[in-house]
Write a protein that binds this ligand. Structure first.
Ligand SMILES: Cc1cc2nc3c(=O)[nH]c(=O)nc-3n(C[C@H](O)[C@H](O)[C@H](O)COP(=O)(O)O)c2cc1C
Length: 268
């Protein structure tokens, strides 16, 4: 079984959950597994039997980057046997992203055999500490243990021929889609331009943020970092900056640790 693990991951959580899927598959002797970072991969995919697609949750739904990638690089002609599993990571409460992604992929003519959301450590504390305070190590460990158990449950079912979709209220899913579409136009696309700034004294012009932005939304103009209006709010730039030179709405913040070990390493 040739499997592609497609992931979009602004700050690392979704990638780490992807690695849990990969560990599971390798343990079951499904050794043909490619992990594909969709923010850098620019080639059509061919002859995959299983595609596992994961994104973070932004305003309750999945990231548009995954829809754009699948539309451009995955088609039925090149992957006639392909089936999908969708997942999202999210920081609190509910996410409908695994279902909005399922809906999108089903419309393209693929069969979706699994869909699940995973509560992960949240980077959202930077924006609103009341909605999601920064979790401590014990809480994070508990989340990782649950993710590992849930991935196993999902994969055990799907590989044994069952369809396993984590259900949520259809009304709330439609509501989430609407809010997400409206907020994308009104806010998300301009997220960095409206809310982020870079301290010109701290910034060394290393251009890490410019190079790592998945949307090519950041540029150095006249010696200053500037943002365009094609942001997906993934927040990678502000957490990856080696000088912590970014501010959110004028305030500095504790960066999210993007370079954590794999979940299996952390659970040892
Ligand atoms: C702009 C933004 C919006 C978010 N919106 C939600 C949300 O609506 N619901 C939720 O549960 N988590 C939300 N989150 C939290 C992320 O989905 C969560 O931290 C995710 O695991 C990040 O994944 P990544 O590290 O792979 O980028 C949001 C995060 C950001 C940066």
């Amino acid at each position: 079984m040739k499997t592609a693990l497609l992931y979009f991951s602004g700050t690392g959580n979704t990638k780490r959950v992807g690695e849990v899927f990969k560990d599971y598959l390798l343990e079951k002797k499904h050794n043909e597994v490619d992990m594909i970072d969709i923010s850098t991969h620019r080639q059509s995919l061919s002859n995959y039997d299983l595609l596992i697609a994961g994104t973070p949750t932004y305003t309750m739904t999945s990231s548009r980057n995954m829809n754009d990638f699948i539309q451009m690089y995955v088609n039925k002609t090149n992957n006639p046997k392909a089936q999908f599993i969708t997942y999202v990571t999210h920081g609190w409460g509910h996410s409908y992203g695994h279902l909005t992604l399922q809906e999108f992929i089903t419309k393209l003519g693929f069969r979706v055999i699994g869909a699940q959301s995973f509560l992960a450590p949240s980077n959202f504390y930077v924006y609103n500490e009341k909605v999601q305070p920064k979790q401590n190590e014990v809480e994070i460990r508990r989340l990782y243990e649950k993710i590992t158990i849930d991935v196993k449950g999902l994969m055990d079912a799907c590989l044994n021929g069952y369809i396993r979709i984590e259900k949520k209220s259809t009304f709330k899913k439609q509501q989430a889609k609407l809010i997400s579409a409206l907020s994308r136009k009104a806010f998300i696309n301009q997220f960095s331009a409206k809310t982020l700034s870079v301290d010109g004294d701290k910034c060394t012009r290393c251009l890490v943020c410019v190079k790592k932005c998945p949307n090519k939304n950041i540029a150095l103009i006249d010696g200053n970092i500037r943002f365009s209006k094609n942001c997906s709010a993934c927040s990678r730039c502000m957490h990856i900056c080696p000088q912590n030179a970014y501010a959110y709405r004028g305030k500095t913040f504790e960066q999210y640790n993007m370079n954590q070990q794999s979940i299996s390493e952390q659970l040892k």
